[in-house]
Write a protein that binds this ligand. Sequence first.
Ligand SMILES: Nc1ncnc2c1ncn2[C@@H]1O[C@H](COP(=O)(O)OP(=O)(O)OP(=O)(O)O)[C@@H](O)[C@H]1O
Ligand SMILES: [Mg+2]
Length: 363
Amino acid sequence: MGYPAVPPGSPTNLGRNGPRVKEASPNEAPELGAVDTMLKRGKMEWAIRVEGLTKAYRDLVAVDHISFQVREGELFGLLGPNGAGKTTTIRLLTGLLQPSAGRASVLGYQVPSEIVQVKKKIGVVPEQSNVYEELTVIENLLFMGRLYGVPRRKRRERAEELVETFRLAQRKKSPARSLSRGMRRALTVACALMHNPRLLFLDEPTAGLDVAAARALRDLIQGLHRQGVTVFLTTHYLEEADLLCERVAILVRGRIAASGSPAELKKATQGEPVIEVRLEKPVARFQNSLSLRLPGALTTAPNPGVLRIVGGDPAQALEALFSSARETGARIVAVNTLQPTLEEAFLKITGLSPTIMAKEKTR
Ligand SMILES: Nc1ncnc2c1ncn2[C@@H]1O[C@H](COP(=O)(O)OP(=O)(O)OP(=O)(O)O)[C@@H](O)[C@H]1O
Ligand SMILES: [Mg+2]
């Protein structure tokens, strides 16, 4: 199938914004120790390096020998369905879990053994918002600043700045328990930024938010990225990864199935025509009939009454479409060819059904 694999240590530049750092050839790639020394001196290349990282719970391997790197300043997404191991990976990288095998470094320090040095330089937005319900918005921020050792006079200034940025100024004296889900998420992110971290971990930042709140939060994440903050986020929204991330790794059952820029991953389906067909109304048997006629192609149903055929011979696909329509009594109202989406790439790479990624989260 030939997806464009990015082997560990590969210095390919996959960013949308072009090269940020001069690249070495793979043979010149410095050893982990040397890179870490460079990082500590402030000459950044890799903000995160992970090699063979593994976490097992009894007989369940939640994270299974994963390896990847994230550049300083990069907006990196770990994409995967429920239970893929995304949260476990963040917990390993932020020192909350001991790995069963493998190693990782964050901003040049080994985790978890050197986590104390890392803590002050990173911000963490956990999967579930962790604000103090009884404290007001501003009190939550000031408290977080104190925890992170931000000097007293800076604390107030920074908290005021963040309530403005996160559009919480009107509610700054409200207790956190009275905030909407979107505001609470915004406050959680703001708290993680009180100490101006160089690297921000966000676990499913927009899960459970409405469209407007999710868009606002994505804008803020992009703003941080423009300021040079390294962002590591997890998501199960393919579109979110496509919109935001310069590079993604797709995690499936604890393993990295693919990594690269969204554009590169989409290339995994390049050359493969995508044909979309719209039916007058959904016909349950249509997809089944179609896939039986087209064993070499992938059929997906992104919406009721809409089917996509990825790959295979287009002439054969069209013939099959009309035969299936006759057989099942379906009425075709439109047939289009499409550019591959990240969803199709994901399907092709992982072999997982589209519904697995469509699962909504409410927390
Ligand atoms: N403390 C634990 N004990 C046992 N199994 C665990 C524990 N924590 C996580 N797991 C299992 O590890 C696997 C990965 O879980 P994880 O929470 O990392 O997935 P995720 O990708 O974050 O999923 P989601 O999208 O639902 O948040 C799951 O099968 C989960 O049940
Ligand atoms: Mg999770």
